[in-house]
Ligand binder design. Structure first.
Ligand SMILES: [Zn+2]
Length: 214
């Protein structure tokens, strides 16, 4: 979906600014490698992987999707997540992607949740997979920009919750492999709260996959 500005100006790559396509093949190569295991300072208690470091074209793409409403980036970012998930998943189990929660206000201002959008694209590429949007950010959570790791943990502590209903109500098979999806992993606080909230619901998390890790 193009914004009005894109109709006036030629599309430019969100990663490098080159005119022509919203995301060029050269920048896409930065997302093509196998997922790399990462260890955030706040341990979520499950393995975490990232497709790329939080730098260069990938960082710019994530920010453009998050802050500037570049919805077109859901396609390449979602396809890249699918590539990573194809490597990580065990082929015999259904795959359930749970997007990390975003603050409602922030998501609204950005015109939707880019993580949810990318996760939905990823399932189109992965057999026997689905997105279940279970996680909610409770009221009172501030934007985490500028907060220290300790402040981030305090800001989020216990405020990530799951949507009402039991696991079976959401159509999640008992043998499902649950992976939490996010765009950026920084301190690990959001990942830990997400894994914890899913655990309280009786849903074990297999791991966390992010587009990029700081
Ligand atoms: Zn580019």
């Amino acid at each position: 979906m193009r914004t009005l500005l894109d109709l006036v100006l030629p599309a430019s790559c969100a990663g490098c600014g080159r005119a022509g396509a919203g995301w060029c093949a050269k920048c896409d190569a930065a997302l093509a490698g196998p997922p790399v295991r990462v260890w955030p300072r706040t341990d979520p208690g499950v393995p975490c992987w990232a497709l790329a470091p939080y730098a260069g074209p990938v960082r710019r793409a994530v920010l453009a999707a998050k802050e500037r409403g570049r919805r077109d980036l859901a396609e390449p970012l979602g396809a890249a997540l699918a590539g990573g998930l194809a490597e990580l998943r065990s082929a015999r189990r259904p795959l359930v992607l749970v997007p990390a929660p975003s603050r409602v206000v922030a998501a609204r201002r950005r015109g939707g949740d880019p993580v949810l959008r990318s996760a939905r694209v990823a399932t189109r590429w992965l057999p026997d997979s689905r997105v279940v949007s279970l996680l909610r950010m409770g009221p009172g959570v501030r934007d985490s920009v500028g907060l220290t790791p300790a402040e981030r943990a305090r800001n989020l502590g216990g405020r990530v919750t799951t949507a009402p209903g039991r696991v079976a109500d959401w159509g999640i098979p008992p043998n499902a492999e649950v992976v939490v999806i996010d765009d950026v992993l920084t301190t690990g606080a959001t990942a830990r709260e997400s894994v914890h909230a899913l655990g309280l619901m009786g849903l074990p998390t297999r791991g966390v996959l992010v587009t990029c890790a700081a």
